[in-house]
Design a protein around this ligand. Structure first.
Ligand code: ZN
Length: 465
């Protein structure tokens, strides 16, 4: 069986056939780094990290690229408010992003390109679009000539004439048609800018993803992913830019994750129900938040509340307990017989179920229900006072393997006090030795365990977060 995935472009579940056998080229739109991420940003990070892990589990080699939007209106506003410059703010929140998503079990992308580091590449892309007649300069701005791109609207399944009704020219825009969108914006007084053939300015938002995907993955990629809210206009515009330039299909599969509501309401700053990952993981084991996100199919909306997170924690704890009991039995197991076929087959059957669920458009909700079946089977095995080392080991590796696919671990997340003290000692020594890499690594490791360090003149103190 091959992996099936829902393609927004065709509105169908399709068999995944890579461009090149055994390889996946995947691009995921990343955050605008002007603040700590909220749980709406955490969902695509977790969902597509899981997709990536699953491809790896199924033997694919994946090239995973996810950008940072490090210059745009929000960053410029934040810079003005805080009296700092845009790169300083971007650097700070990129760092914060890595801390938050690594606590959530997300691996780093192979490449995290930034707009500021790709300016020549972006300018060149725009220049080529102008030469091909798909874009034009207007008083220092550059716009994409949307009506020249015949397939416009194919991703969001809207005709250009329907879209025209809702389109308008905003104050300050100098475009020729309502449907055109900015590729380059002339600098306003006091704004950060770069030199370009059209004068000083900065790129529009959509162009960065087209330029970076092309640079790092080529003209055609396998999967382009992001939040559902990006389908239109962002992804539609990316398709127009990329396909206008290359004349080839930009992305063969488009994946979009659903929305997050907070207490059954749309999350918004004005409603005050804006939840930052940063704050949640101070109070809760970050793995529980990941487990919560994956307990709903990625395309469905998800409702977040403190109570739901608490009940998720209770469910997660049941699995942990079951795993720990298996570990405990493992220590006392002495039965080395090999006639355990029946049990081994039962465990293997659950692994098949897990794969079947994940092959079906990454149905993590179903996959998690299989993990509960595995835990029930383990509990039953222990209840019968069985002690076959072979079976106990198989349970352990199966738990480890399947949890790892979902980016989680059942290893005890609560560290013992003496383990923490030992690590802190090791860190102090590392700092004395000026081995800052090791000292940072230990700090990050403790942070993942929700242990917060405080370096004071009297020494290092720690507390559980
Ligand atoms: Zn994008």
């Amino acid at each position: 069986m091959a992996i099936q995935l829902y393609n927004t472009l065709t509105r169908k579940k399709e068999e995944f056939i890579p461009l090149e056998e055994g390889k996946v080229k995947m691009y995921v739109c990343g955050p605008t780094v002007y603040n700590y991420i909220h749980i709406g940003n955490a969902r695509p990070a977790i969902v597509f990290d899981t997709v990536r892990r699953y491809f790896e589990y199924r033997g694919y080699e994946i090239q995973y690229v996810s950008n940072f939007t490090d210059v745009d209106d929000k960053l410029i506003r934040a810079a003005n408010q805080l009296g700092e410059d845009v790169p300083t703010i971007a650097d700070r929140f990129i760092q914060a992003y890595f801390e938050d998503v690594s606590a959530l079990g997300c691996k780093k992308a192979d490449i995290h390109p930034r707009v500021m580091e790709n300016m020549d590449n972006i300018i060149d892309f725009i220049d080529q679009l102008i030469k091909k007649g798909f874009a034009y300069e207007s008083e220092g701005d550059v716009y994409f000539r949307t009506r020249n791109f015949d397939d416009y609207g194919k991703l969001s399944h809207q005709s250009i004439d329907d879209l025209q009704v809702g389109a308008r020219i905003e104050v300050g825009e100098k475009k020729q048609d309502d449907m055109d969108f900015a590729l380059w914006k002339a600098a306003k007084e006091g704004e950060i800018f770069w030199e370009s053939p059209w004068g000083i300015g900065r790129p529009g938002w959509h162009i960065e993803c087209s330029a970076m995907a092309k640079k790092y993955l080529g003209d055609t990629i396998d999967i382009h992913a992001g939040g559902q809210d990006l389908t239109f206009p962002h992804h539609e515009n990316e398709i127009a830019q990329s396909e206008a330039l290359s004349g080839k299909t930009f992305a063969r599969y488009w994946m979009h994750n659903g929305y997050i509501n907070i207490d059954n309401e749309k999350m918004s700053k004005s409603l005050g129900n804006f939840v930052l990952v940063h704050d949640i993981i101070k109070k809760h084991n970050p793995q529980v938040l990941r487990f919560f996100m994956l307990s709903v199919h990625y395309r469905n909306p998800i409702n977040y509340s403190e109570e739901l997170l608490e009940s998720t924690k209770a469910a997660f704890d049941r699995l942990t307990t079951s795993y720990q009991n298996i570990q405990h039995r493992r220590e006392s197991s002495t039965d080395l017989t090999n006639n355990n076929q029946e049990w081994l087959e039962k465990i293997a059957a659950l692994q098949d179920e897990f794969i079947k669920a994940m092959d079906d458009d990454f149905n993590t909700a179903k996959a998690i229900s299989v993990l509960f079946d595995l835990s029930k089977l383990a509990n039953y095995y222990l209840l019968e006072k069985n002690t076959a080392v072979e079976v106990i080991n198989k349970f352990t590796t199966q738990f480890d393997e399947l949890f790892n696919v979902l980016g989680m671990t059942l290893e005890s997340s609560e560290m013992l006090d003496e383990e923490i003290d030992a690590l802190i000692e090791k860190r102090i020594q590392a700092r004395k030795d000026r081995n800052f890499q090791l000292s940072d690594q230990i700090r990050d490791q403790l942070k993942e365990m929700n242990i917060i360090l405080e370096d004071t003149p009297q020494g290092t103190r720690w507390k559980r977060g």
